[in-house]
Design a protein around this ligand. Structure first.
Ligand code: HEM
Length: 485
């Protein structure tokens, strides 16, 4: 998923998206805001590289996996930038997500130990524990706010992993609410990059500013309290230690500690919550997938024990369900970059400072990479079937040196949460309520409400990865192969 693709000798095509809004300062911003997914899917017919307008700005979207990999592998030329990262910087400062190429290697080395495999094994305990806490208040037959529950879960898991127990329950809830408001506001600021619009004191702009100020104040208070208290072995502890080691001069500053915490909480909480919400929104329409997921949960958690690292490795089908969910609804669905020099891509010359985009959603829905791309088929990812990665089109966590640092953490968290919940509960849609995943800064269901039904775990044999069945019909499932790159 993260390696460079061999270069093909394909003759690249370059086009322009039709339907620019009549007002020149809007461009495709309104279309991208109102029906972004349809708009993205319509672009590849216009070329491998397609010009769109973000407000008055020209921007180029790479529609072919090979061009996307060129962008992701050459981070010196295609650096973090463009409207998305310009909007994120006031919020996240200069942390690992937003920093430029020049600071990236040092920052990545600083944060990496928090996400090394042995740490993920420790976090697995916390993940299982918090997943059980999610349904403590659920009562059979009642309505539950699944989106809010998943956001609460990932806020607790991420804050415990990064900050130990520095946030009490009330503050965790506040962080969760701040994040929800910030993510809503970030998207409109990205696709319609007109700063004066967002200075108007509308209720939405005021909500965004309030959440922004409160989130920063919470982080400052956590850092201050830790400086006065006992050292802990967590991300905040290692950042404070790194600051002391250099006395702030050559290495980590107080500002960087603040920026890294904001960055990791914001990215870690939101994307994983979206992924979990999407899993539960997809299951009712795919009863065979749900049955097999329940069977695996019953087999792996047979004696009702809380899952840890060992169980994680046995949750093969559940992991395929999570991967297929990330393909169908990638929480990170659209990203921008900026060119740091004049360059060429797809045979087209781009000036220095050009905005370039890539969209995991667009790549994941291309039938050339994923046959029947709109169907939810977790079997694609079972061992022996997982060949669709061959052309590098599966990019939920990106690729290259800017690949998600939390990919293993997120996969473990989502897999454990799905299995713990699925062992006890079946979630049913509310009659007459259809929740479509909504794209904002991330993609996923934002107000998913469902009815929870208590399940009686069925003692069963662990389902085999072999003999895959079609999730809708129950028929033997074909092996999905993607064309050679
Ligand atoms: C399902 C969950 C997640 C998804 C789909 C996801 C997706 C992504 C993607 C696509 C990128 C690259 C962005 C770009 O190319 O501009 C990224 C970067 C990043 N993610 Fe995640 N992420 C997830 C969970 C997490 C978690 C749990 C954390 C940490 C707690 C995290 C921290 C980061 C950081 C720090 C970066 C920047 C890495 C760098 O530039 O070196 N993410 N993520």
């Amino acid at each position: 998923m993260s390696g460079a693709l061999p270069r093909s000798d394909r003759a690249w095509t370059v086009g322009t998206a039709p339907g620019i809004f009549p007002f020149p300062f809007v461009g495709h911003g309104i279309t991208l805001f109102r029906r972004p997914l349809e708009f993205l899917k319509s672009l590849p017919v216009h070329g491998d590289l397609v010009e769109i307008r973000l407000g008055p700005q020209r921007a180029w979207l790479a529609c072919h996996p090979e061009l996307v990999h060129r962008i992701l592998m050459d981070t010196r030329t295609f650096d973090k930038g463009g409207p998305q990262y310009e909007r994120l910087r006031p919020l996240m400062g200069n942390g690992l997500v937003t920093c430029g190429h020049a600071q990236h290697r040092r920052q990545r080395r600083l944060i990496q130990p928090t996400f090394r495999p042995s740490r993920i094994a420790d976090y697995a305990q916390v993940m299982g524990e918090e997943a059980q806490a999610v349904f403590r208040e659920w009562r059979p037959g009642t309505e539950v706010d699944v989106s809010a529950a998943m956001l609460a879960l990932t806020t607790r898991v991420t804050s415990r992993a990064l900050l130990s127990d520095s946030l009490d329950a009330a503050t965790v809830a506040e962080v969760r609410d701040c994040l929800a408001a910030l993510v809503r506001g970030l998207f409109i600021r990205t696709v319609v990059p007109l700063a004066p619009l967002f200075r108007v004191p509308t209720p939405a702009n005021r909500r965004y500013r309030r959440a922004f100020a409160r989130f920063h104040a919470i982080i400052d208070a956590v850092v201050d309290e830790r400086r006065r208290g006992v050292p802990r072995d967590d991300l905040l502890g290692s950042l404070l230690e790194a600051q002391e080691a250099h006395d702030g001069a050559a290495g980590v500053t107080g500002q960087e500690i603040h920026d890294q915490l904001i960055t990791l909480l914001l990215t870690g909480v939101e994307s994983t919550a979206m992924c979990l919400g999407s899993v539960f929104s997809l299951l009712p329409a795919h009863p065979e997938v749900e049955r097999r997921l329940h069977a695996e949960a019953d087999a792996v958690l047979a004696d009702g024990r809380r899952p840890g690292p060992e169980e994680l490795s046995r949750l093969v089908y559940t992991r395929s369900v999570v991967t297929e969910t990330l393909r169908v609804y990638p929480p990170g669905w659209l990203f921008t970059r900026t060119t740091t020099r004049e360059t060429e891509i797809g045979g087209f010359r781009l000036p220095r400072g050009a905005t370039v985009l890539y969209s995991p959603y667009l790549l994941h829905h291309d039938p050339a990479s994923f046959p029947d791309p709109d169907r939810f088929l977790p079997d694609r990812w079972l061992p022996g079937n997982a060949t669709a990665v061959a052309n590098g089109a599966l990019l939920p966590f990106a690729a290259g040196s800017r690949k998600c640092i939390g990919d293993t953490f997120a996969m473990a968290e989502a897999t454990l949460a799905v299995t713990v919940i699925a062992r006890r509960w079946r979630l049913r849609p509310l009659p007459g309520h259809v929740e479509q995943p909504r794209p904002a800064a991330t993609l996923g269901p934002r107000s998913l409400k469902m009815i929870c039904e208590l399940r009686r775990p069925v003692p069963a044999q662990e389902p085999s990865a072999q003999g895959a069945r079609d999730p809708d019909t129950g028929d033997a499932c074909p092996v999905h192969r993607s064309p050679a790159p």
